[in-house]
Design a protein around this ligand. Structure first.
Ligand SMILES: N[C@@H](CCC(=O)N[C@@H](CS)C(=O)NCC(=O)O)C(=O)O
Length: 358
């Protein structure tokens, strides 16, 4: 992980802006009575990101399918694609991203401190994170739920058979809270084995130190795909929670929040409209008005967001639509082998339904 310290630069910019605003107000109110009051507008994060030349995206350091690095240091995954899409939207170039790998405990302090611009790290949208921690979730890029992964030879068929089990659990996650609730509600006990992340959980589960690993079902699929023989591991049928995972930003910068939100929405809308990375150039001349708006051929969608006319085109051309990203990273033909399920478009039986580009 790269060490970064953007906070001090941001702090200096922040102080300079406050001084500018103060001087503008003081000057106009003391010596310019009767004339127009000019107050400098605070520079938002979108402008800061543009000036910096790249976006800083907090991701999971080690969750293949969602975000992970290969031996050469190249990042890939559904969340990584989202960061690239933001970069394509802002810069017309999906490569202008600095990835910061974060574990569960690091993610919120890092976002709050301003060291990252956006967090796209299999993070569940909950009321306490939204309201109490003062973040804003921009949407849901993966509808998930919590499950249990066990060695097939344990012979258990239901989570109700886990009374007394040694459970591998990641600290500072919704998984930890749900686990407590589920066992208490079912009058069962468990012995927690706390882990920092997937890597440790896999080592402890595959090494026999815990009987079961519990987390988001997508995380279980990712862990299982890393086993020497995945067929020796099974996911129990119970899904004990709702885990809507999505990107989030700090509260208070609506312009930036909108860029993040509509980056996701445009990827889903593109899938709905049948625009892919392969056919996007042909689609530029399609008759559909919706397609024209998504690709910036008609309308004024990009500039409304502080982006270029072609921001949608750039996202789809360089990263693809939501379905393409799903298939490439976590779908049936990947080691995670996840079905679209809830993440299918609403038209196809799922709950992926986003506001229109209009
Ligand atoms: N979605 C849950 C769980 C997120 C989470 O951190 N899950 C663990 C288990 S899959 C993880 O991502 N581990 C990867 C790692 O840090 O190595 C939340 O937002 O609290």
């Amino acid at each position: 992980m790269k060490k970064i310290n953007h906070t001090s630069i941001q702090n200096i910019i922040g102080v300079l802006m406050l001084v500018a605003v103060f001087l503008a107000v003081a000057f106009t109110s003391n010596s310019n009575k009767g004339s127009k009051v000019v107050v400098e507008k605070e520079i938002g994060l979108l402008q800061q990101v543009k000036e910096r030349g790249y976006v800083i995206c907090g991701v999971n350091a080690n969750l293949p399918g969602f975000s992970a690095q290969d031996e050469s240091g190249t990042w890939s995954g559904l969340d990584v694609d989202f960061c690239k899409a933001v970069s394509a939207a802002v810069f017309g170039d999906s490569s202008k991203v600095e990835f910061v790998g974060l574990n569960a405990a690091q993610r919120f302090p890092t976002l709050a401190s301003g060291n990252i611009d956006v967090l796209a790290r299999n993070t569940t949208w909950t009321i306490s994170r939204d309201v109490n921690l003062m973040f804003e979730f921009a949407g849901v890029n993966y509808y998930d739920g919590q499950g249990f992964l066990i060695p097939t030879e344990l012979g258990i068929k239901s989570a109700k058979g886990l009374d007394g089990a040694f459970v591998c659990i990641t600290k500072e996650t919704t998984s930890e809270l749900n686990l407590n609730d589920y066992f208490a509600e079912n009058n069962m006990a468990y012995r927690p084995i706390y882990v920092e992340g997937n890597k440790e959980a896999k080592a402890k589960l595959f090494g026999g130190e815990c009987d079961v690993f519990t987390t988001d079902a997508s995380g279980l699929a990712s862990a299982r795909s890393g086993a020497e023989d995945p067929s020796k591991w099974m996911v129990l049928p119970e899904i004990i929670s709702k885990e809507p995972l999505g990107p989030l930003v700090r509260q208070g910068d609506q312009e930036w929040e909108d860029v993040i939100r509509w980056t996701h929405f445009i990827m889903v809308n593109a899938e709905e409209a049948g625009i892919t990375s392969k056919n996007v150039d042909e689609m530029l001349t399609a008759k559909s008005k919706e397609v024209k708006r998504i690709l910036g051929v008609e309308g004024y969608i990009g500039p409304m967001l502080g982006l270029g006319m072609k921001f949608g085109y750039n996202i789809i051309k360089q990263v693809g639509n939501y379905g393409e990203s799903f298939e490439r990273n976590v779908g049936p033909n990947t080691p995670l082998a996840l079905e679209r399920g809830l993440n299918n478009l609403w038209k196809n039986g799922g709950v992926m339904y986003v506001p229109p580009i209009r």
